[in-house]
Design a binder for this molecule. Structure first.
Ligand code: ASP
Ligand code: MG
Length: 417
């Protein structure tokens, strides 16, 4: 069994879905599980509807217009007029309308999952039917009955044992289409695995099925050594280890969801990152051997960072006791620490400047400590650095913090002006 994952960009319009058909047609005789995300920006659109509900506003069919029109236009290009699928699709839309009009409970995260997951239900319903109409016979599977999690809504933890037995019960041989990102609790409530979680679903399924490989189909030729947004010349990493891929995604390379790698590593299942635009291109393979890891330096940029420098008011040391308090504050405000450094009198932290979380955190820090902070910082990480690569990224920059370990250089910096 092979597992393929198609993200939002690979199903964003009718043309993309026809391209998906073309890709899958190359694997006619093979057993295949296709994990599919919501189409294009659907998840973001659903987040807006969730916000409306949460604010107590009426959600009517009008609120869903944009979302439904977008999907309707795709359906119209993929299915002939009068086909049975239209009736099925109308029933699905009615179910979604009823769901968004249900009374809102007190638990935001529960409410979020109950609505957000419809993006994946819409996309898989369309893709599965379209493939069946075009000689790729497949079964549509309901992740709401197969991926078992705890009830930590929006960031649910997988119950591996139960999921494995459900997966093996539902997936035998042949082809299957299933939603990424979605799970369910033992009571049958809907959960999700965190934004961008469809990659992880592919990892979970591959693990449970002892799959031969996982392929993530993307709009890039593979894992690149830098984001083309920041660099004119980027190189493809042809073969890297699970460990290296984990490190890169930990530092912020956004090609694969970091949670995807562990289950694959544990069963030694190779992970391919491949271009859905060019099936003949090899892509990147992530596997056990680290022989090639150091060949090409990788660059990871995080922009819009804030560097917070925390010191005690009475000139005493920053020690374990205050650190415990400081970490507690970051944790309560759900602000992730991207990098940290301490000295006798100072503890410095670099974090994303999240406008919904940062001001409240700063206020709480200020109630106990002296705080200095710099906004508009960049955090750059170089894996397998040397002096030349450091020079290259720090040109015309003022460096505020620098950390070098054997393989990794990290710098918090700002433009020189
Ligand atoms: N549709 C979900 C999201 O946009 C999951 C995914 O695409 O992986 O976060
Ligand atoms: Mg995605």
């Amino acid at each position: 069994m092979k597992v393929f994952k198609f993200g939002g960009a690979s199903v964003k319009d009718a043309k993309a879905i026809k391209n998906l058909l073309e890709i899958v047609s190359h694997f006619k005789g093979e057993d295949l599980v296709m994990v599919i995300s919501a189409m294009g920006k659907t998840t973001n659109a659903l987040e807006k509807i969730i916000a409306l509900r949460w604010e107590g506003k009426d959600v009517s069919l009008d609120s869903l217009n944009e979302l439904f029109d977008y999907h309707d236009a795709i359906v119209k290009e993929l299915f002939h007029e009068g086909q049975n699928f239209y009736a099925e699709f109308d029933r699905l839309k009615s179910r979604i309308l009823r769901a968004v009009q249900l009374p809102v409970t007190e638990n935001y995260d529960f409410e979020y999952d109950r609505i957000i997951h419809f993006g994946e239900i819409l996309s898989t319903t369309i893709v599965s039917n379209f493939l069946n109409d075009n000689a790729i016979e497949n079964n549509w599977l309901d992740a709401r009955k197969i991926i078992r999690t705890n009830n930590n809504y929006r960031e649910a933890k997988v119950d591996w044992e139960t999921s494995a037995s459900l997966v093996k019960e539902h997936i035998l041989s042949g082809k299957y289409v299933i939603q990424g990102f979605i799970g369910h609790t033992s009571e049958g409530y809907i959960t999700t695995l965190g934004r961008e979680g469809s990659d992880f679903t592919a990892g979970i399924l591959a693990y449970c099925l002892d799959a031969e490989s996982v392929s993530i189909w993307k709009d890039v030729p593979g894992m690149l050594n830098a984001d083309p947004k920041y660099f004119d010349e980027v190189e493809k990493l042809e073969k890297i280890s699970y460990r290296e891929a984990l490190e890169l995604s930990y530092y912020g390379a956004s090609v694969i969801h970091p949670k995807t790698i562990k289950p694959l590593r544990n069963k030694n299942i190779p992970l391919y990152v491949r271009s859905f635009l060019n099936i003949n291109e090899e892509g990147t393979v992530i596997q056990e051997s680290s022989a090639n890891d150091t060949k090409i330096p990788s660059f990871i940029f995080k922009v819009d960072q804030v560097l917070i420098s925390i010191s005690t008011r009475d000139f005493s040391f920053v020690v374990e006791e205050n650190l415990e308090e400081i970490f507690g504050m970051f944790n309560r405000h759900k602000v992730k620490i991207n990098m940290m450094q301490n000295s006798a009198l100072n503890f410095s932290v670099c974090s994303d400047n999240d406008p919904r979380r940062m001001p409240a955190l700063i206020d709480e820090l200020k109630s106990k400590f002296s705080i200095l902070y710099n906004e508009g910082m960049e955090l750059v990480t170089i894996r397998h650095y040397n002096s030349e690569t450091i020079e290259r990224v720090t040109l015309n920059k003022r460096i505020l913090v620098r950390q070098l370990s054997r393989r990794t250089a990290r710098m918090v910096m700002a433009d020189l002006n």
